[in-house]
Write a protein that binds this ligand. Sequence first.
Ligand code: ADP
Length: 634
Amino acid sequence: MSVETQKETLGFQTEVKQLLHLMIHSLYSNKEIFLRELISNASDAVDKLRFEALAKPELLEGGAELKIRVSFDKDAKTVTLEDNGIGMSREDAITHLGTIAKSGTADFMKHLTGDQKKDSHLIGQFGVGFYSAFIVADKVDVFSRRAGSAASEGVHWSSRGEGNFEVATIDKAERGTRIVLHLKSGEDEFADGWRLRNIIKKYSDHIALPIELPKEVAAAEGEEKPAVEWETVNRASALWTRPRTEIKDEEYQEFYKHIAHDFENPLSWSHNKVEGKLEYSSLLYVPSRAPFDLYQREAPKGLKLYVQRVFVMDQAESFLPLYLRFIKGVVDSNDLSLNVSREILQKDPIIDSMKSALTKRVLDMLEKLAKNEPEQYKGFWKNFGQVMKEGPAEDFANKEKIAGLLRFASTSGDDGEQVVGLAEYLARAKEGQDKIYYLTGETYAQVKNSPHLEVFRKKGIEVLLLTDRIDEWLMSYLSDFDGKSFVDVARGDLDLGNLDSEEDKKAAEEVAKAKEGLVERLKTALGESVAEVRVSHRLTDSPAILAIGEQDLGLQMRQILEASGQKVPDSKPIFEFNPAHPLIEKLDNEQSDERFGDLSHILFDQAALAAGDSLKDPAAYVRRLNKLLVELSA
Ligand code: ADP
């Protein structure tokens, strides 16, 4: 063993300590995955070297045969992984193996419950990587040297996973990383050639470079120990270059886990080869669960980019729109240059056409999933629906396709689950219905009971119920679907078109005429609070309702703008009343102007409350109501 200098002991970042603790205690049921994780890292390190060496061939230090070796020592109870990839400097080892750089990690850790079963699911979202070594080892030694640096600049990192790690500077002749796992007592089953071979075949067959194990060789005559011969145990070719028909589902799944750092299988994937003017392969996956940092701006997104099989960059963001940022995968281009940079990617017209083709692929894959596996699609929607709703605003060209993938709650269900697609809605629309009706609001409970739905209930017309924060904004980008326009049922002068019979319309006109006097009186009483007063066709049970002007902002948009500190244009609602309601009849017969005023204001305020709005002057409402109550009991 070489001399160690500048030895120091450092503490793990708090999040690492928590992660380690959890890993050691909750991932016991599937311990063998540690090997997959470490091989995955080694493969990434080799990819990085291969790429950097394009510009600086000296990094290869004369050794261009890139590989990973896994060996074991039954007596010492160790398993060793060695790669000749990019390696780590002392500083690299301290930061990469002592902290977690992902944004939002601290927040994520707060979600841990202490319940090991639940937490092991959470941890799947997070990806455990290197630290999984501690599932089977009670001590881990890492010997590494960054490619291109002097032999004297190697690093020895060592830890028992208990809060601290040590680093020292060492001499290391070969570039790359060697990881020695000192197996915990009871875990020595892993120091076995057959076991290791099986694990590698199971999880790492798709790794594109050779993974070698020592072969059992008889000792040559006169020698005590046989010379070690190495044997490649994986297939060692890039998965996406192979024909689809030859790839098993399990291989696709393991490859996904490698590139996505996910523990769970993907929901779906799409593997394609494009030939012609542009040549590229793509393998795109829909994860089965949202990562914890889906809504964090700096969270990693984008595809792994290869150019002619050579890894070029992670998180290449230019190949998919932002609303598809949850898609994982690789794209391997024959047209791009190997020294392509992020800046070039942003401008290159080749990328634009690849982006639109890949976007289509993803949308097609989702359509297929929705059609063939509706239950799975429900799960997809729960995880990623909110993000998909950003689509129509971002991707005008695919608006109709995206709209078809949206799912909403509606009056046809009673649990508020977002399961109704627009095609399904239209398929069961009433005869003569040429609109898609929807209502937005704060909560499902509120919209479900909204007076705006009364006439729709009566006529048996389905209404979509939209209660996500971004729904009103989303609807401002959708004007129609399949030739049918969207109608906000709380907005403007509700026109039910062919759904109202000629008699209905005539009757409504007559009532409106008969109530002109009441309309005028209400206008005077409500004054500045309203934009207009009119007889309603929307109501069957409630006395009154507030409608939003055709061009005005709805409640949700107003609240979003207010919360972001923007000035919101003042808008007044339209007061509509139900002439058949006993309270309105009473109002119509009210002689006292003062009582008329009080009652109209109470009706106005109640309508605002029912719409989920807050009252401008709640004290006045209470005062008026109490006055009436006193009169009633007098
Ligand atoms: P992740 O792989 O998700 O980034 P890990 O905890 O697995 O997280 O690894 C942390 C970092 O340590 C890696 O990103 C890489 O920079 C470094 N690393 C791990 N293993 C190796 C290796 N074999 N060679 C070089 N660097 C490595």
